[in-house]
Design a protein around this ligand. Structure first.
Ligand SMILES: Nc1nc2c(c(=O)[nH]1)N[C@H]1C(S)=C(S)[C@@H](COP(=O)(O)O)O[C@H]1N2
Ligand SMILES: [Mo]
Length: 322
């Protein structure tokens, strides 16, 4: 079921750079991962298949891997921010290993005509399945990856919930489960993790709910069984392991804003011209590239999605952090 037909971005082994060229290993790893199929999922160790609906998925030609160079699977699943499972980048992979995000119920709530509690696979099927999109990902800490996601456009979920006109924002909440999420027994953040979007942002074509990476169900450490992906915003907006989508009238208080209101806003659009109070946002470290020191590249306005999302922010002062 996880074996897929080859796509144009799956290069034959022969054209891939040798193992020694570290920077170019992403594609090689990609092929290995795909070649292993189900066995690969098992070897991953962390893959408790909470949301298998929709696999194998097909590439959406509007967001192809051929346009960007995907980060190696190994980096994507071992360098994580998921404070529920530890605050070091390497911790979530280990600490989330035994966590079982199943069964998983998603709640559609608040100012909607169609409130619902629905099992995640049923939700995916109801929304017409999943597709692949390759997006840039830029953390506010000034590192970046390119991730081949599987999932569905968030606007489909919004349409299913059918918000009332008073609903101006979408608030999304991570599971609260201190028994099984060791990080929630610490006070590293205000639990549960909450994020939000303006309803127009939630309905933007780019806003995506990921249920997979590289054609396989999303590993626990990346936010199983479903997490938000908004590639023009800093990574912390991408709330993981969502249990509740709530349509509200007022702008929700998002977790990192509550934590450090001078450093993290609500909008959090990627902007190389506005520095974080403690570091520059002009450039970023590319995870998995350039050996030990890492290669850097210039950060792009709206993380490279300016053409698509700039219309959302007409009249908004983008020099402002919030
Ligand atoms: N629930 C929850 N969601 C979260 C986080 C978190 O700690 N908890 N970290 C955020 C941050 S800061 C980033 S950069 C991304 C990281 O996603 P990744 O580990 O899949 O790369 O998840 C975001 N979503
Ligand atoms: Mo982040």
């Amino acid at each position: 079921m996880l074996i897929r037909t080859p796509k144009d971005w799956e290069l034959p082994e022969s054209v891939v750079t040798p193992e020694s060229a570290y920077e170019l290993r992403p594609r090689r790893d990609f092929i290995k991962t795909l070649g292993l199929g189900l066995a690969g999922a098992a070897l991953g160790g962390n893959n408790i298949l909470a949301a298998t609906a929709g696999f194998p998925s097909k590439e959406n030609p509007a967001y192809p891997a051929s346009a960007l160079k995907p980060t190696a699977y190994e980096h994507i699943i071992s360098y994580n921010n998921f404070y529920e499972f530890g605050t070091d980048k390497a911790e979530p992979k280990d600490q989330a290993k035994k966590w079982k995000p199943e069964p998983w119920t998603v709640e559609l709530a608040g100012l909607v005509r169609n409130p619902a509690k629905i099992e995640v696979n049923d939700l995916i099927n109801k929304l017409g399945g999943i597709e692949q999109r390759v997006y840039r990902m830029r953390c506010v800490e000034a590192w970046s990856m390119v991730i081949p996601w599987d999932g569905f456009q968030l606007s489909k979920l919004v349409a299913l919930a059918d918000p009332k006109p008073e609903a101006k924002f979408l608030k999304m909440t991570t599971l609260l489960d201190p028994k099984n999420m060791p990080g929630q027994r610490e006070r590293s953040l205000d639990w549960p993790y909450v994020e939000g979007l303006h309803i127009d942002e939630a309905n933007h074509e780019l806003a995506f709910i990921a249920t997979g990476i590289y054609g396989k169900p999303i590993p626990n450490q990346n936010g199983a069984p479903l997490r938000l992906v908004v590639p023009w915003k800093y990574g912390f907006k991408g709330v993981k392991s969502i249990v509740k989508f709530e349509f509200v009238a007022e702008q929700p208080l998002n977790t990192w804003h509550v934590m450090q209101s001078r450093e993290y806003g609500f909008l959090a659009n990627v902007n190389p011209m506005v520095d974080h109070p403690r570091w520059s946002q002009a450039s970023e470290r590319i995870i998995g590239a350039g050996g030990v020191l890492g290669a850097r590249q210039k950060t792009l306005m709206f993380n490279g999605y300016e053409k698509q999302v700039a219309p959302l922010y007409q009249g908004v002062d983008l020099r402002k952090y919030f």
